[in-house]
Design a protein around this ligand. Structure first.
Ligand code: COA
Length: 186
């Protein structure tokens, strides 16, 4: 093992458990990912079929945890969404991505998960300078999560649709929080 810092594989928040994906989670993923409203802004196959859920979960199980930790969000004992970081250690940056089953939207769950992951990222990676997230500019719920986290809008990228159909001329937004800002917020 090199000396690369590694994030915890299990994070408990007030209402959620974030933990490593298991192959047995594929059924739970299929149950929420087949919903077209869930995937509206996500670059996933449509229609979303069982093999897509199985492929996705297999990929998440095999990710290199030092650069791409990817947690299942467990609610009431079921995998009900996911949250991940792509850590660019040389650039001292991490990009967060997340999605939650529609039945749980609007209860503050993703803000709770994203806070815990941001906290863990800054605590576990001493050199990390920033955590960023991006979304399609029309993805109001995702942008609201970034705002509630205390991230600042850093830019709008034209013709970079982030998850929507690539042929569409849509904008993407980037939000981020710097380490020193996070230390004040938390
Ligand atoms: C984005 C997503 C993860 C948010 O999860 P969540 O648990 O519902 O998020 P929270 O409850 O913590 O916060 C959502 C906020 O957005 C607001 N919101 C949701 N839909 C909205 C809309 N259409 N217009 C305005 N605000 C909206 C909610 O009211 C809430 O804000 P508030 O607490 O100020 O009221 C969830 O909607 C999701 O999984 N979407 C599909 C996948 C996706 O798009 N992922 C992001 C890709 S960048």
């Amino acid at each position: 093992m090199s000396g690369v810092p590694v994030l915890p594989e299990r994070i408990k928040t007030k209402r959620l458990v974030l933990r490593r994906w298991r192959l047995a989670d594929a059924d739970d993923v299929l149950a929420y990912a087949a919903d077209p409203e869930w995937s509206r802004f996500l670059p996933v196959p449509k229609p979303y079929e069982r093999r897509h859920a199985e492929e996705a979960v297999s990929r998440w199980v095999l990710e290199d945890w030092s650069t791409h930790p990817v947690w299942a969000i467990e609610i009431a004992g079921r995998a009900s969404g996911g949250i991940n970081l792509r850590i660019n250690h040389p650039h001292r940056n991490a990009e967060m991505g997340y999605a939650l089953a529609r039945r749980y939207w609007g209860r503050g769950y993703m803000t709770e998960a994203a806070r815990a992951v941001t906290d863990a990222a800054f605590a576990s990676v001493p050199d990390l300078a920033r955590v960023q997230a991006g979304a399609n500019a029309r993805n109001t719920a995702s942008i609201r999560v970034m705002e509630k986290l205390g991230m600042s809008h850093e830019g709008t990228i034209r013709h970079a649709p982030r998850g929507a159909r690539l042929e569409r001329r849509e904008a993407g937004v980037i939000y981020a929080v710097l380490r020193e800002e996070w230390e004040e917020i938390r």
